[in-house]
Design a protein around this ligand. Structure first.
Ligand SMILES: Nc1ncnc2c1ncn2[C@@H]1O[C@H](COP(=O)(O)OP(=O)(O)OP(=O)(O)O)[C@@H](O)[C@H]1O
Ligand SMILES: Cc1cn([C@H]2C[C@H](O)[C@@H](COP(=O)(O)O)O2)c(=O)[nH]c1=O
Length: 202
């Protein structure tokens, strides 16, 4: 039996990590065999990518992120899917199609790098108004140079909207969710219903 891959992406501060944890708790509690994971991965290569945003940029960083994704697929995601598990991945291809473009990497090159990456069975894009994202990041603290100022929040927000359109055109099942108007608990419940329905249809 094959598993299901759900990717959560969206601008910094949209709530990807919080929602991944809440969905893990809700879906595990409902008896589903969930693996929650993240990109960059928790491997040595992933840690290099996660902590290397001030050292590596542009094409080189895009290749580092892509290498980590292929290694993550080989070492963790594909075995879990083959074992019939539900994989929740905090950041996946959509993050590259946005963040690496913020670095000036051409879309065509990024698509080429992702040519052998399996698309998720469900792509969730969490979003919120850029001003609110900025406020959340200022309160929580930023994680990287991509979260520096309001103008980068705005550009990231626009690129996620464009990326959502591109992924839909490619046939990816995509939910684009605004987190500014719904409470985290309501959102978790709503997304857990959608994921459970997908799980039952697999
Ligand atoms: N739906 C929400 N409503 C209000 N605050 C939220 C919501 N989701 C997340 N937050 C808060 O916003 C901050 C950022 O959340 P989180 O770290 O989950 O975002 P993220 O998308 O994973 O960010 P990053 O890309 O920087 O890792 C945290 O302080 C979190 O508590
Ligand atoms: C998957 C992915 C990640 N990144 C970068 C962006 C951030 O600097 C870190 C992730 O940290 P966060 O706590 O989740 O914000 O990795 C990237 O540039 N491209 C990617 O595809």
């Amino acid at each position: 039996m094959s598993g299901v891959l759900v990717a959560l992406d969206g601008p910094g501060g949209a709530g990807k990590s919080s929602m991944t944890r809440q969905l893990f708790d809700a879906l595990t509690g409902a008896g589903l065999p969930v693996l929650a994971t993240t990109e960059p991965s928790r491997t040595e290569l992933g840690e290099l990518a996660r902590h290397g945003t001030d050292t590596y940029r542009g094409l080189a960083y895009a290749c580092l992120i892509a290498a980590d994704r292929y290694h993550h697929l080989d070492s963790e995601i594909t075995p879990a899917l083959q074992a019939g598990r539900l994989v929740l991945c905090d950041r996946y291809i959509a993050s590259s199609l946005v963040l690496q473009r913020l670095d000036g990497v051409p879309l065509e090159f990024l698509r080429h790098l992702a040519a052998h990456v399996p698309p998720p069975d469900m792509q969730i894009i969490l979003t919120a108004d850029p001003g609110l994202l900025r406020q959340r990041l200022d309160e929580r603290g930023t994680h990287s140079r991509y979260e520096r100022d309001l103008s980068s929040c705005r550009r990231e927000h626009e690129l996620y909207a464009e990326t959502a359109r591109l992924l839909r055109e490619d046939g990816v099942y995509l939910l684009h969710v605004d987190t500014s108007t719904v409470s985290p608990a309501e959102l978790t419940a709503e997304l857990a219903v959608q994921i459970t329905a997908l799980w039952q249809r697999r």
